[in-house]
Design a protein around this ligand. Structure first.
Ligand code: PMP
Length: 414
């Protein structure tokens, strides 16, 4: 690979400026790419081919990856179902459970701050008769456990709460939610796409029966993910959503993406060894970045819980600034996000920030900065300097800012 290397020997800065959008996707770790390469040409087998060694070889590679992923999440290898990514895993979990168990109850509880890959399948289920309660979270992004408990009815089949939020990094108290579900005999599903490989995610220990995640958020390749389904008695039955050759023990048909799965496995192995150290380093960088901006820019605030937050994620509001306009002033020197990447084509304010109770203005004045293991201190320092200069410049051009500085009460004007 022909790239510029940073001080850690890792790829550094692509064509698009300083990359601070790791929550949208991570670059593949070069060690992951190396692990995958032989499975494109040298070992091209289909793991479902039982009649020859080339198929067996592919099957062994998939088995190894399944173990690596199971090891990271402390589950059994046979509890992992490979999919094309977290969107598919979420659809499979939600639709699969509803289809199998709607006779027992048609009520599902979720959070308004979930990813669209949870909210949209739930909207679809509503058209099929599901009753869905969407709970707003507290201003710090955490769900109020009492409100969650109060929302439970005799019809509640499933609670779907994400492990860590993609926009703010807020980490839900999965242990307490697991205990509540266990007491009430309700299934618990968690979209852990942003959490797996970044913090410990051990669903079995916490009573989470279904958990989705994706390789490309943890330095693996795009287009491969997994759904964990607890093996328990009575068995959790998921109506399969992809019918075909009965792959993945009849759960999800389709020839397995062997190179992708091998890369996913390698990424899980690396995460297990390195995530603690990476996370500690990123927390220092992220805190330095946040403190610099907070100190040098007035009316700037952080969105999300002060402690229960992914170490590499920073969501900030810059009052009197339009986030989209600010991003444009970066002139491609910084790759950052406003709202979630998947909805950034729309100019609607982030549903996550609104769900936390931010005003429309503040939600629109917010940007997400997500760091990753290839981020360097020099990049963080440069990014902070660019942001400070541009926020100051934008504000200097704003009549509202001028009025605010003159002591006029402008709250009604924004
Ligand atoms: N859930 C969350 C929380 C995410 O951040 C994402 C990716 N933006 C997804 C689901 C969808 O994952 P994938 O890209 O693997 O389909």
């Amino acid at each position: 690979m022909n790239e510029v290397l940073n001080e850690n020997g890792f790829p550094f800065r692509g064509q698009g400026g300083i990359y601070l959008d790791y929550n949208a996707t991570t670059p593949c770790d070069p060690r992951v790419v190396d692990a995958m390469l032989p499975y494109f040409y040298e070992h091209p087998g289909n793991p479902a081919s039982r009649t020859h060694a080339i198929g067996w070889r592919a099957d062994e590679a998939v088995k190894k990856a399944r173990k690596q992923i199971a090891h990271l999440t402390k589950v059994e290898a046979h509890e992992i179902i490979f999919t094309s990514g977290a969107t598919e895993s979420n659809n499979f979990a939600l639709k699969g459970i509803y289809e199998s168990y709607q006779h027992k109850g048609n009520h599902i509880i979720t959070l308004t701050t979930e990813h669209k890959a949870v909210l949209d399948p739930l909207k679809k289920l509503e058209t099929l008769g599901a009753e869905v309660t969407y709970l707003d979270v507290e201003p710090d992004g955490m769900v109020d456990l009492q409100k969650l408990e109060n929302a439970i009815t005799s019809q509640t089949l499933l609670i779907a709460t994400m492990w860590a939020n993609n926009e703010t990094g807020v980490i839900q108290n999965m242990k307490a939610i697991g205990e509540l579900c266990n007491q009430k005999n309700i299934l618990l599903f968690s979209d852990a796409t942003q959490a797996v490989g970044k913090i410990q995610t051990h669903p079995k220990e916490l009573g989470v029966q279904l958990m989705s995640f994706s390789a490309h958020k943890m330095y693996g390749p795009k287009g491969v993910g997994a759904l964990y389904v607890a093996h328990q008695d009575p068995k959790i039955k998921l109506a399969e959503q992809m019918n075909g050759g009965g792959h993945e023990r009849g759960n999800r048909s389709g020839t397995l993406n062997v190179p992708g799965i091998v890369g996913f496995g390698k990424a899980a192995e690396i995460a297990q060894q390195e995530m603690e150290v990476d996370s500690a380093r990123l927390q220092q960088l992220r805190d330095k970045f946040e403190n610099t901006l907070l100190q040098q820019l007035e009316l700037t605030s952080i969105n999300g819980h002060s402690k229960n937050r992914l170490a590499h994620t920073c969501n900030m509001s810059f009052k009197f600034i339009d986030g989209e306009a600010l991003m444009n002033t970066f002139n491609q020197r910084l790759a950052v996000a406003s709202g979630s990447a998947c909805t950034s084509a729309s100019i609607e304010p982030s549903h996550v920030l609104l769900g936390m109770g931010l005003s429309k203005h503040l939600a629109q004045a917010s940007l997400r900065f997500s760091l990753g293991k290839f981020t360097t201190e020099a990049e963080i320092d440069e990014a902070a300097a660019i942001i400070i200069a541009n926020v100051n410049h934008q504000r200097a051009l704003s009549p509202i800012w001028e009025m605010y500085k003159d002591g006029v009460d402008v709250e009604g004007l924004i």
